[in-house]
Ligand binder design. Sequence first.
Ligand SMILES: [Zn+2]
Length: 292
Amino acid sequence: MSARTDLTVVLTFDVDGETLWTSRDANSRIGPVMLSQGAYGPLEGVPRILRLLRKHDLRATFFVTGYVVDHYPDRCRDIVAAGHEIAHHTYGHEWPSRVDAQSERRSFVRALQSIERLTGRKPAGYRAPGWELSDSTFGLVREFGIEYTSNMMDGEHPYELTVSGAPTGVIELPCSWVLDDAAFFMYGLTYDPPQFAPSQVYEQWMGEFEGMRAERDGRVYVLTLHPQIIGRASRMAMLDRLVAAMKRRGGVAFSTAGAAAAAARRSGETRTREYDGSRALLQAEGLHTERQ
Ligand SMILES: [Zn+2]
């Protein structure tokens, strides 16, 4: 196999458990069935995912809420024992854009503590639930020494985030709703878009993969999956087929998110983006106001 890497595939699993549902609408009457839908992730989805990763001899990154770390400790230990990376995904899946600064900070710190108890070290990566950030989020990321984030949707290469033009040392691994299982499969009593057939999603994800690979310029293919969503048998069969097909292509490397971010940093990659730069430009033109 050639040493050249045209495309890096990063498999990420957001293990939200029940907090996927409670964070969407904490005030709604969420009953035992919807909560059980969340529990399916750690109970059934994670073991299937670990078997698939073992079969393909791959390491992945699990963004686990602190709640799941504390309430499914055996499952989380299985993830760690298999050599996968555990990263930060808040404590209770609080959406940063929907909670006040104090609550966000409390959740952030509590999740750090849960992960440190599990793995013995601080997580390197952070991903925001709901993929939106508050005015406080990036400050917390920097204050607590997070080394990479995976939230933005403005590119396909790793890049370093800057603030007022100054490098922060934080590497961003951009993602996309196109490469997210929730966009195609997520369904609940109070959230009921159409569900896609696994074959349709295979076509979508393979199309992105082939196109990005053909550009041969060091892109990262960050796939975002949720054990409670992708973990169903039919979808896991599709993921198995997808991973097998990707492995057959030349110039493809699989990596954890942490290793991909570290490699980008080591490579001296000069690509940068200003954190929240678009908002500053829009505000200067009077086209955007402060968030409430
Ligand atoms: Zn999540």
